[in-house]
Design a protein around this ligand. Structure first.
Ligand code: GLN
Length: 497
Protein backbone atom coordinates (compact mmCIF):
# COMPACT_ATOMS: atom_id res chain seq x y z
CA UNK A 1 0.00 0.00 0.00
CA UNK A 2 1.56 3.32 -1.01
CA UNK A 3 1.37 6.11 1.50
CA UNK A 4 -0.64 8.43 -0.75
CA UNK A 5 -3.81 6.38 -0.46
CA UNK A 6 -3.59 6.56 3.33
CA UNK A 7 -3.58 10.36 3.43
CA UNK A 8 -6.69 12.11 4.65
CA UNK A 9 -8.41 14.47 2.21
CA UNK A 10 -7.11 17.47 4.19
CA UNK A 11 -3.53 16.14 4.04
CA UNK A 12 -3.83 15.36 0.34
CA UNK A 13 -5.07 18.85 -0.52
CA UNK A 14 -2.31 20.44 1.58
CA UNK A 15 0.39 18.31 -0.05
CA UNK A 16 -0.84 19.23 -3.53
CA UNK A 17 -1.09 22.92 -2.66
CA UNK A 18 2.50 22.91 -1.32
CA UNK A 19 3.74 21.08 -4.40
CA UNK A 20 4.93 18.03 -2.40
CA UNK A 21 2.92 15.81 -4.71
CA UNK A 22 0.96 16.39 -7.91
CA UNK A 23 -2.76 15.81 -8.31
CA UNK A 24 -1.93 13.40 -11.13
CA UNK A 25 0.23 11.30 -8.78
CA UNK A 26 -2.58 11.23 -6.24
CA UNK A 27 -5.16 10.22 -8.86
CA UNK A 28 -2.86 7.50 -10.24
CA UNK A 29 -2.24 6.05 -6.76
CA UNK A 30 -5.97 5.71 -6.20
CA UNK A 31 -6.71 4.35 -9.68
CA UNK A 32 -3.93 1.77 -9.16
CA UNK A 33 -5.44 0.82 -5.84
CA UNK A 34 -8.86 0.40 -7.47
CA UNK A 35 -7.31 -1.74 -10.22
CA UNK A 36 -5.60 -3.86 -7.56
CA UNK A 37 -8.47 -4.48 -5.13
CA UNK A 38 -11.82 -3.65 -6.67
CA UNK A 39 -12.32 -7.02 -8.34
CA UNK A 40 -12.63 -8.32 -4.78
CA UNK A 41 -14.53 -5.39 -3.26
CA UNK A 42 -16.83 -4.38 -6.16
CA UNK A 43 -17.23 -0.87 -4.78
CA UNK A 44 -17.25 0.73 -8.24
CA UNK A 45 -19.73 0.26 -11.07
CA UNK A 46 -17.74 2.57 -13.33
CA UNK A 47 -14.17 3.84 -13.05
CA UNK A 48 -13.33 6.93 -15.10
CA UNK A 49 -9.56 6.56 -15.50
CA UNK A 50 -9.23 9.18 -18.23
CA UNK A 51 -11.66 11.69 -16.76
CA UNK A 52 -9.99 11.48 -13.35
CA UNK A 53 -6.51 11.99 -14.78
CA UNK A 54 -7.72 14.90 -16.94
CA UNK A 55 -9.31 16.56 -13.89
CA UNK A 56 -6.08 16.02 -11.94
CA UNK A 57 -3.98 17.51 -14.74
CA UNK A 58 -6.24 20.57 -14.70
CA UNK A 59 -5.57 21.02 -10.96
CA UNK A 60 -1.80 20.75 -11.53
CA UNK A 61 -2.04 23.31 -14.35
CA UNK A 62 -4.05 25.64 -12.14
CA UNK A 63 -1.42 25.43 -9.41
CA UNK A 64 1.38 26.00 -11.93
CA UNK A 65 -0.39 29.14 -13.14
CA UNK A 66 -0.26 30.52 -9.60
CA UNK A 67 -4.02 30.45 -9.06
CA UNK A 68 -5.20 29.72 -5.54
CA UNK A 69 -6.47 26.18 -4.94
CA UNK A 70 -9.62 25.38 -2.96
CA UNK A 71 -9.54 23.24 0.20
CA UNK A 72 -10.29 19.99 -1.68
CA UNK A 73 -8.51 20.68 -4.98
CA UNK A 74 -7.09 17.48 -6.43
CA UNK A 75 -8.65 15.17 -3.83
CA UNK A 76 -10.15 11.98 -5.32
CA UNK A 77 -13.77 11.07 -4.65
CA UNK A 78 -16.09 8.10 -5.21
CA UNK A 79 -19.60 9.18 -6.26
CA UNK A 80 -22.71 7.12 -5.55
CA UNK A 81 -24.26 6.08 -8.85
CA UNK A 82 -27.52 7.87 -8.09
CA UNK A 83 -26.24 11.35 -9.00
CA UNK A 84 -26.25 12.30 -12.66
CA UNK A 85 -22.88 12.84 -14.27
CA UNK A 86 -22.70 14.35 -17.75
CA UNK A 87 -21.09 11.90 -20.15
CA UNK A 88 -20.59 9.23 -17.44
CA UNK A 89 -23.04 6.32 -16.99
CA UNK A 90 -25.60 6.56 -14.18
CA UNK A 91 -27.42 3.33 -13.36
CA UNK A 92 -28.74 3.64 -9.78
CA UNK A 93 -27.70 -0.01 -9.45
CA UNK A 94 -30.56 -0.96 -11.81
CA UNK A 95 -30.76 -2.82 -15.11
CA UNK A 96 -33.46 -0.42 -16.21
CA UNK A 97 -30.87 2.38 -16.54
CA UNK A 98 -28.11 0.23 -18.02
CA UNK A 99 -26.38 2.19 -20.75
CA UNK A 100 -27.96 5.54 -19.84
CA UNK A 101 -25.51 8.42 -20.06
CA UNK A 102 -27.04 11.57 -18.57
CA UNK A 103 -26.87 14.76 -20.62
CA UNK A 104 -26.41 16.90 -17.49
CA UNK A 105 -24.62 17.09 -14.14
CA UNK A 106 -26.48 17.06 -10.83
CA UNK A 107 -25.91 20.27 -8.85
CA UNK A 108 -23.83 18.20 -6.40
CA UNK A 109 -21.68 16.86 -9.26
CA UNK A 110 -21.21 20.38 -10.56
CA UNK A 111 -20.18 21.65 -7.12
CA UNK A 112 -17.61 18.89 -6.80
CA UNK A 113 -16.17 19.81 -10.17
CA UNK A 114 -16.17 23.51 -9.27
CA UNK A 115 -14.24 22.60 -6.10
CA UNK A 116 -11.65 20.78 -8.29
CA UNK A 117 -12.44 17.45 -6.63
CA UNK A 118 -11.29 14.55 -8.83
CA UNK A 119 -14.20 12.17 -9.47
CA UNK A 120 -12.80 8.63 -9.77
CA UNK A 121 -16.05 6.96 -10.78
CA UNK A 122 -19.48 5.80 -9.68
CA UNK A 123 -20.13 3.46 -6.77
CA UNK A 124 -22.30 0.40 -6.32
CA UNK A 125 -25.60 0.67 -4.46
CA UNK A 126 -28.85 -1.12 -3.77
CA UNK A 127 -31.15 -0.64 -6.74
CA UNK A 128 -32.64 2.87 -6.56
CA UNK A 129 -31.21 3.10 -3.01
CA UNK A 130 -33.63 0.50 -1.65
CA UNK A 131 -31.82 -1.72 0.80
CA UNK A 132 -29.38 -1.94 3.70
CA UNK A 133 -26.72 -4.26 2.29
CA UNK A 134 -25.99 -3.44 -1.38
CA UNK A 135 -27.17 -6.98 -2.18
CA UNK A 136 -30.09 -5.47 -4.13
CA UNK A 137 -27.72 -4.07 -6.77
CA UNK A 138 -28.34 -5.53 -10.22
CA UNK A 139 -24.55 -5.57 -10.61
CA UNK A 140 -23.65 -7.92 -7.75
CA UNK A 141 -22.99 -7.23 -4.07
CA UNK A 142 -20.13 -5.16 -2.65
CA UNK A 143 -17.91 -6.76 0.00
CA UNK A 144 -17.09 -5.16 3.33
CA UNK A 145 -13.32 -4.49 3.37
CA UNK A 146 -13.21 -5.68 7.01
CA UNK A 147 -14.51 -9.10 5.94
CA UNK A 148 -15.41 -9.62 2.29
CA UNK A 149 -18.05 -12.21 3.17
CA UNK A 150 -20.03 -9.53 5.00
CA UNK A 151 -22.21 -6.67 3.78
CA UNK A 152 -20.82 -3.10 3.62
CA UNK A 153 -24.23 -1.70 4.49
CA UNK A 154 -26.61 -0.09 2.08
CA UNK A 155 -27.83 1.42 0.04
CA UNK A 156 -24.50 3.26 -0.26
CA UNK A 157 -22.29 0.23 0.36
CA UNK A 158 -20.04 1.02 -2.60
CA UNK A 159 -19.16 4.50 -1.33
CA UNK A 160 -18.44 3.28 2.22
CA UNK A 161 -16.42 0.28 1.00
CA UNK A 162 -14.35 2.52 -1.31
CA UNK A 163 -13.31 4.57 1.75
CA UNK A 164 -12.55 1.56 3.94
CA UNK A 165 -10.56 -0.11 1.14
CA UNK A 166 -8.49 3.09 0.68
CA UNK A 167 -9.73 3.41 -2.90
CA UNK A 168 -10.77 7.03 -2.23
CA UNK A 169 -10.45 9.42 0.73
CA UNK A 170 -13.85 11.00 0.01
CA UNK A 171 -17.21 9.66 -1.11
CA UNK A 172 -20.77 10.81 -1.62
CA UNK A 173 -23.84 8.94 -0.40
CA UNK A 174 -27.56 9.52 -0.13
CA UNK A 175 -29.63 8.90 2.95
CA UNK A 176 -33.37 8.25 2.69
CA UNK A 177 -33.65 6.06 5.79
CA UNK A 178 -30.00 5.54 6.76
CA UNK A 179 -28.06 4.80 3.58
CA UNK A 180 -25.15 7.08 4.48
CA UNK A 181 -25.00 6.36 8.21
CA UNK A 182 -25.57 2.59 8.27
CA UNK A 183 -22.83 1.84 5.68
CA UNK A 184 -20.56 4.23 7.60
CA UNK A 185 -21.23 2.35 10.84
CA UNK A 186 -20.53 -1.13 9.48
CA UNK A 187 -17.35 -0.12 7.60
CA UNK A 188 -15.72 2.01 10.32
CA UNK A 189 -16.08 5.26 8.33
CA UNK A 190 -17.80 8.60 8.91
CA UNK A 191 -21.04 9.60 7.18
CA UNK A 192 -23.37 12.55 7.56
CA UNK A 193 -26.97 13.03 6.53
CA UNK A 194 -27.21 16.82 6.37
CA UNK A 195 -30.41 18.67 7.23
CA UNK A 196 -33.07 17.89 4.61
CA UNK A 197 -32.97 20.60 1.96
CA UNK A 198 -29.43 21.75 2.67
CA UNK A 199 -27.75 19.75 -0.12
CA UNK A 200 -29.43 20.05 -3.53
CA UNK A 201 -31.43 17.10 -4.86
CA UNK A 202 -31.31 18.41 -8.44
CA UNK A 203 -29.93 15.50 -10.47
CA UNK A 204 -30.25 13.04 -7.57
CA UNK A 205 -32.45 10.29 -9.04
CA UNK A 206 -35.48 10.33 -6.73
CA UNK A 207 -36.45 7.41 -4.49
CA UNK A 208 -38.53 9.16 -1.83
CA UNK A 209 -38.39 12.88 -2.47
CA UNK A 210 -39.46 14.04 0.99
CA UNK A 211 -36.74 11.90 2.64
CA UNK A 212 -33.79 11.71 0.18
CA UNK A 213 -30.69 13.68 1.16
CA UNK A 214 -27.23 13.59 -0.38
CA UNK A 215 -24.31 13.90 1.98
CA UNK A 216 -20.58 13.53 2.66
CA UNK A 217 -18.64 10.37 3.60
CA UNK A 218 -14.96 10.10 4.56
CA UNK A 219 -12.55 8.43 6.97
CA UNK A 220 -12.29 11.41 9.34
CA UNK A 221 -14.72 13.94 10.79
CA UNK A 222 -12.72 16.89 9.40
CA UNK A 223 -12.66 15.43 5.86
CA UNK A 224 -16.42 14.89 6.08
CA UNK A 225 -16.84 18.53 7.12
CA UNK A 226 -14.69 19.80 4.23
CA UNK A 227 -16.82 17.82 1.78
CA UNK A 228 -20.03 18.95 3.49
CA UNK A 229 -18.97 22.56 3.03
CA UNK A 230 -18.26 21.96 -0.67
CA UNK A 231 -21.66 20.43 -1.50
CA UNK A 232 -24.14 22.26 0.77
CA UNK A 233 -25.99 25.48 0.09
CA UNK A 234 -29.02 26.90 -1.64
CA UNK A 235 -29.89 25.78 -5.16
CA UNK A 236 -32.70 27.48 -7.11
CA UNK A 237 -33.02 24.31 -9.24
CA UNK A 238 -34.34 22.36 -6.22
CA UNK A 239 -37.68 23.66 -4.91
CA UNK A 240 -37.06 22.13 -1.45
CA UNK A 241 -33.60 23.67 -1.11
CA UNK A 242 -33.21 25.83 2.00
CA UNK A 243 -32.23 29.41 1.31
CA UNK A 244 -30.16 30.05 4.43
CA UNK A 245 -26.47 30.09 5.28
CA UNK A 246 -24.87 26.68 5.91
CA UNK A 247 -23.46 26.41 9.47
CA UNK A 248 -19.65 26.47 9.68
CA UNK A 249 -19.12 22.74 9.89
CA UNK A 250 -15.36 22.92 9.27
CA UNK A 251 -14.75 25.23 12.22
CA UNK A 252 -16.99 23.00 14.34
CA UNK A 253 -15.00 19.88 13.38
CA UNK A 254 -11.82 21.62 14.56
CA UNK A 255 -13.27 22.74 17.92
CA UNK A 256 -12.88 19.37 19.66
CA UNK A 257 -14.50 20.68 22.78
CA UNK A 258 -17.84 19.48 24.15
CA UNK A 259 -17.58 21.05 27.58
CA UNK A 260 -20.98 22.34 28.68
CA UNK A 261 -22.86 20.65 25.86
CA UNK A 262 -26.03 18.78 26.79
CA UNK A 263 -26.34 15.34 25.28
CA UNK A 264 -29.44 13.11 25.33
CA UNK A 265 -29.31 9.32 25.18
CA UNK A 266 -32.42 8.03 23.39
CA UNK A 267 -33.90 5.45 25.73
CA UNK A 268 -35.88 3.65 23.00
CA UNK A 269 -32.75 2.66 21.06
CA UNK A 270 -31.73 -0.29 23.24
CA UNK A 271 -32.97 -3.68 24.33
CA UNK A 272 -34.00 -6.69 22.30
CA UNK A 273 -32.24 -7.04 18.95
CA UNK A 274 -29.26 -4.88 19.95
CA UNK A 275 -25.95 -6.75 19.85
CA UNK A 276 -24.13 -6.76 23.21
CA UNK A 277 -20.82 -5.50 21.76
CA UNK A 278 -22.59 -2.66 19.97
CA UNK A 279 -24.20 -1.53 23.23
CA UNK A 280 -20.89 -1.88 25.05
CA UNK A 281 -19.04 0.43 22.62
CA UNK A 282 -21.98 2.83 22.63
CA UNK A 283 -22.04 3.03 26.43
CA UNK A 284 -18.28 3.58 26.50
CA UNK A 285 -18.76 6.50 24.07
CA UNK A 286 -21.38 8.01 26.35
CA UNK A 287 -18.99 7.66 29.31
CA UNK A 288 -16.27 9.31 27.20
CA UNK A 289 -18.55 12.25 26.43
CA UNK A 290 -19.07 12.70 30.17
CA UNK A 291 -15.31 12.60 30.75
CA UNK A 292 -14.89 15.24 28.06
CA UNK A 293 -17.16 17.55 30.03
CA UNK A 294 -20.56 17.09 28.42
CA UNK A 295 -23.68 16.75 30.51
CA UNK A 296 -25.47 13.50 29.61
CA UNK A 297 -29.15 12.84 30.31
CA UNK A 298 -31.61 10.15 29.29
CA UNK A 299 -34.34 11.20 26.88
CA UNK A 300 -37.52 9.39 25.87
CA UNK A 301 -38.92 9.62 22.33
CA UNK A 302 -41.89 7.21 22.48
CA UNK A 303 -43.04 7.68 18.88
CA UNK A 304 -39.71 6.45 17.50
CA UNK A 305 -40.98 2.89 17.87
CA UNK A 306 -43.49 3.72 15.11
CA UNK A 307 -40.88 5.14 12.73
CA UNK A 308 -40.11 1.94 10.83
CA UNK A 309 -43.72 1.13 9.82
CA UNK A 310 -44.39 4.77 8.95
CA UNK A 311 -41.25 4.88 6.77
CA UNK A 312 -42.25 1.68 4.95
CA UNK A 313 -45.51 3.32 3.93
CA UNK A 314 -44.20 6.79 3.06
CA UNK A 315 -41.02 5.77 1.21
CA UNK A 316 -42.67 3.13 -1.02
CA UNK A 317 -45.61 5.48 -1.71
CA UNK A 318 -43.28 8.18 -2.99
CA UNK A 319 -41.16 5.58 -4.82
CA UNK A 320 -44.19 4.17 -6.64
CA UNK A 321 -44.83 7.64 -8.01
CA UNK A 322 -41.19 8.57 -8.71
CA UNK A 323 -40.37 5.32 -10.49
CA UNK A 324 -43.31 5.69 -12.87
CA UNK A 325 -40.96 7.69 -15.09
CA UNK A 326 -39.10 4.53 -16.10
CA UNK A 327 -41.49 3.76 -18.91
CA UNK A 328 -39.07 2.46 -21.60
CA UNK A 329 -39.58 5.66 -23.59
CA UNK A 330 -37.24 8.08 -21.90
CA UNK A 331 -34.24 6.29 -20.42
CA UNK A 332 -32.07 3.19 -20.75
CA UNK A 333 -33.59 -0.22 -21.28
CA UNK A 334 -36.42 -1.00 -23.76
CA UNK A 335 -37.73 -4.54 -24.06
CA UNK A 336 -40.08 -6.04 -26.68
CA UNK A 337 -40.25 -3.08 -29.06
CA UNK A 338 -40.54 -5.22 -32.21
CA UNK A 339 -43.25 -3.26 -34.00
CA UNK A 340 -46.06 -5.60 -32.94
CA UNK A 341 -46.63 -4.32 -29.42
CA UNK A 342 -48.33 -1.25 -27.98
CA UNK A 343 -46.43 1.32 -25.94
CA UNK A 344 -48.15 0.01 -22.79
CA UNK A 345 -46.98 -3.53 -23.52
CA UNK A 346 -43.40 -2.37 -24.09
CA UNK A 347 -43.51 -0.38 -20.85
CA UNK A 348 -44.78 -3.40 -18.93
CA UNK A 349 -42.19 -5.78 -20.42
CA UNK A 350 -39.39 -3.29 -19.75
CA UNK A 351 -40.39 -2.77 -16.12
CA UNK A 352 -40.78 -6.50 -15.62
CA UNK A 353 -37.26 -7.12 -16.94
CA UNK A 354 -35.57 -3.96 -15.66
CA UNK A 355 -36.60 -3.75 -12.01
CA UNK A 356 -35.39 -6.19 -9.34
CA UNK A 357 -37.58 -7.86 -6.69
CA UNK A 358 -37.15 -5.26 -3.91
CA UNK A 359 -38.04 -2.38 -6.24
CA UNK A 360 -41.13 -4.25 -7.45
CA UNK A 361 -42.13 -5.02 -3.86
CA UNK A 362 -41.97 -1.32 -2.99
CA UNK A 363 -43.86 -0.20 -6.09
CA UNK A 364 -46.66 -2.65 -5.29
CA UNK A 365 -46.74 -1.66 -1.61
CA UNK A 366 -46.71 2.06 -2.42
CA UNK A 367 -49.38 1.81 -5.10
CA UNK A 368 -51.58 -0.11 -2.66
CA UNK A 369 -51.01 2.38 0.18
CA UNK A 370 -51.96 5.28 -2.07
CA UNK A 371 -55.01 3.67 -3.66
CA UNK A 372 -58.40 5.24 -2.98
CA UNK A 373 -60.06 3.63 0.01
CA UNK A 374 -56.72 2.83 1.65
CA UNK A 375 -55.02 6.20 1.41
CA UNK A 376 -56.27 7.53 4.77
CA UNK A 377 -55.73 4.25 6.61
CA UNK A 378 -52.13 3.79 5.46
CA UNK A 379 -50.43 6.81 3.90
CA UNK A 380 -52.51 9.29 5.96
CA UNK A 381 -51.75 7.50 9.24
CA UNK A 382 -48.07 7.30 8.40
CA UNK A 383 -47.98 11.06 7.84
CA UNK A 384 -49.55 11.58 11.28
CA UNK A 385 -46.87 9.38 12.84
CA UNK A 386 -44.30 11.51 11.05
CA UNK A 387 -45.68 14.56 12.86
CA UNK A 388 -45.50 12.73 16.21
CA UNK A 389 -41.86 11.87 15.58
CA UNK A 390 -41.03 15.50 14.79
CA UNK A 391 -42.74 16.52 18.03
CA UNK A 392 -40.65 14.01 20.00
CA UNK A 393 -37.53 15.54 18.50
CA UNK A 394 -38.73 19.08 19.28
CA UNK A 395 -39.41 18.12 22.89
CA UNK A 396 -36.02 16.43 23.20
CA UNK A 397 -34.09 19.32 21.65
CA UNK A 398 -35.77 21.73 24.06
CA UNK A 399 -33.57 20.14 26.73
CA UNK A 400 -30.44 18.91 24.92
CA UNK A 401 -28.11 20.08 22.14
CA UNK A 402 -27.75 16.68 20.44
CA UNK A 403 -29.06 13.14 20.80
CA UNK A 404 -26.90 10.02 20.63
CA UNK A 405 -27.56 6.33 19.95
CA UNK A 406 -25.91 3.37 18.30
CA UNK A 407 -26.18 3.88 14.50
CA UNK A 408 -27.23 0.28 13.90
CA UNK A 409 -28.43 -2.49 16.21
CA UNK A 410 -25.75 -4.93 14.96
CA UNK A 411 -22.40 -5.01 13.17
CA UNK A 412 -22.08 -6.09 9.51
CA UNK A 413 -24.03 -9.29 8.87
CA UNK A 414 -22.96 -12.02 6.42
CA UNK A 415 -23.88 -11.56 2.74
CA UNK A 416 -27.00 -13.65 2.11
CA UNK A 417 -28.15 -13.81 5.74
CA UNK A 418 -31.04 -11.36 5.38
CA UNK A 419 -31.40 -11.37 1.59
CA UNK A 420 -34.69 -13.31 1.66
CA UNK A 421 -36.08 -11.67 4.77
CA UNK A 422 -37.15 -8.07 4.07
CA UNK A 423 -38.22 -7.45 7.68
CA UNK A 424 -34.81 -8.43 9.06
CA UNK A 425 -33.19 -6.19 6.44
CA UNK A 426 -35.45 -3.24 7.33
CA UNK A 427 -34.44 -3.48 11.02
CA UNK A 428 -30.91 -2.32 10.13
CA UNK A 429 -32.31 1.23 9.93
CA UNK A 430 -34.24 1.25 13.19
CA UNK A 431 -32.14 4.05 14.71
CA UNK A 432 -31.55 6.11 11.56
CA UNK A 433 -35.06 6.46 10.09
CA UNK A 434 -36.53 8.96 12.62
CA UNK A 435 -34.11 11.67 11.44
CA UNK A 436 -35.21 11.25 7.82
CA UNK A 437 -38.86 11.50 8.80
CA UNK A 438 -38.17 14.68 10.78
CA UNK A 439 -35.66 16.15 8.30
CA UNK A 440 -32.96 16.90 10.85
CA UNK A 441 -29.19 16.26 10.67
CA UNK A 442 -27.30 13.15 11.80
CA UNK A 443 -23.82 11.64 11.72
CA UNK A 444 -22.36 8.19 12.20
CA UNK A 445 -18.76 7.84 13.26
CA UNK A 446 -16.71 4.82 14.31
CA UNK A 447 -16.55 4.15 18.05
CA UNK A 448 -14.59 0.88 18.17
CA UNK A 449 -14.87 -2.79 17.28
CA UNK A 450 -17.46 -5.08 18.84
CA UNK A 451 -15.54 -7.54 21.03
CA UNK A 452 -17.50 -10.60 19.84
CA UNK A 453 -16.73 -10.24 16.11
CA UNK A 454 -14.08 -7.50 15.80
CA UNK A 455 -16.25 -5.51 13.42
CA UNK A 456 -16.82 -1.73 13.49
CA UNK A 457 -19.54 -0.11 15.59
CA UNK A 458 -21.06 3.28 14.75
CA UNK A 459 -22.03 6.06 17.14
CA UNK A 460 -24.94 8.15 15.87
CA UNK A 461 -25.23 11.85 16.74
CA UNK A 462 -28.45 13.71 15.87
CA UNK A 463 -28.84 17.51 15.79
CA UNK A 464 -31.80 19.81 15.07
CA UNK A 465 -32.38 20.98 11.49
CA UNK A 466 -29.78 23.55 10.39
CA UNK A 467 -27.59 22.81 13.42
CA UNK A 468 -25.36 20.41 11.46
CA UNK A 469 -22.31 22.07 13.03
CA UNK A 470 -23.15 20.41 16.37
CA UNK A 471 -22.62 16.98 14.79
CA UNK A 472 -19.10 17.97 13.84
CA UNK A 473 -18.31 19.53 17.18
CA UNK A 474 -19.32 16.39 19.08
CA UNK A 475 -18.01 13.98 16.41
CA UNK A 476 -14.64 15.73 16.19
CA UNK A 477 -14.20 15.59 19.97
CA UNK A 478 -15.13 11.90 20.21
CA UNK A 479 -12.89 10.98 17.28
CA UNK A 480 -9.88 12.81 18.74
CA UNK A 481 -10.37 11.24 22.17
CA UNK A 482 -10.78 7.72 20.73
CA UNK A 483 -7.73 8.04 18.46
CA UNK A 484 -5.72 9.17 21.50
CA UNK A 485 -6.93 6.18 23.49
CA UNK A 486 -6.20 3.65 20.72
CA UNK A 487 -3.02 5.38 19.50
CA UNK A 488 -4.30 5.28 15.89
CA UNK A 489 -7.41 5.66 13.76
CA UNK A 490 -9.78 2.69 13.73
CA UNK A 491 -9.13 1.81 10.09
CA UNK A 492 -5.43 1.29 10.81
CA UNK A 493 -6.49 -1.98 12.45
CA UNK A 494 -7.15 -2.90 9.00
CA UNK A 495 -9.29 -4.98 7.05
CA UNK A 496 -9.28 -8.05 4.89
CA UNK A 497 -7.33 -6.61 1.95
N1 GLN B 1 -32.51 0.79 4.03
C1 GLN B 1 -33.55 1.76 3.84
C2 GLN B 1 -34.42 1.34 2.68
O1 GLN B 1 -34.24 0.29 2.20
C3 GLN B 1 -32.95 3.13 3.61
C4 GLN B 1 -32.39 3.28 2.27
C5 GLN B 1 -31.82 4.64 2.01
O2 GLN B 1 -31.54 5.40 2.92
N2 GLN B 1 -31.68 4.96 0.74
O3 GLN B 1 -35.28 2.04 2.26
Amino acid sequence: MTELIKYTAAETAAAIAKGEVTAVEVARAHLDRIDAVDKKVNAFLHVDHEGALAAARAVDAKRASGAELGPLAGVPLALKDVFTTRGMPTTCGSKILEGWVPPYDATLTKRLKDADVVILGKTNMDEFAMGSSTENSAYGPTGNPWDLTRIPGGSGGGSAAALAAFEAPLAIGTDTGGSIRQPGAVTGTVGVKPTYGSVSRYGLVAFSSSLDQGGPCARTVLDTALLHEAIAGHDPLDSTSIDAPVPDVVAAARTRDVRGMRIGVVKEFAGEGYQAGVMQRFEESVALLRELGAEVVEVSCPSFTLALPAYYLIAPSEASSNLARFDAMRYGLRVGDDGTRSAEQVTALTREAGFGPEVKRRIILGTYALSSGYYDAYYGSAQKVRTLISRDFDAAFAGVDVLVSPTTPTTAFPIGERADDPMAMYLADLCTIPSNLAGNAAMSLPCGLAPEDNLPVGLQIIAPAMADDRLYRVGGAVEAALNDKWGHALLEEAPAL
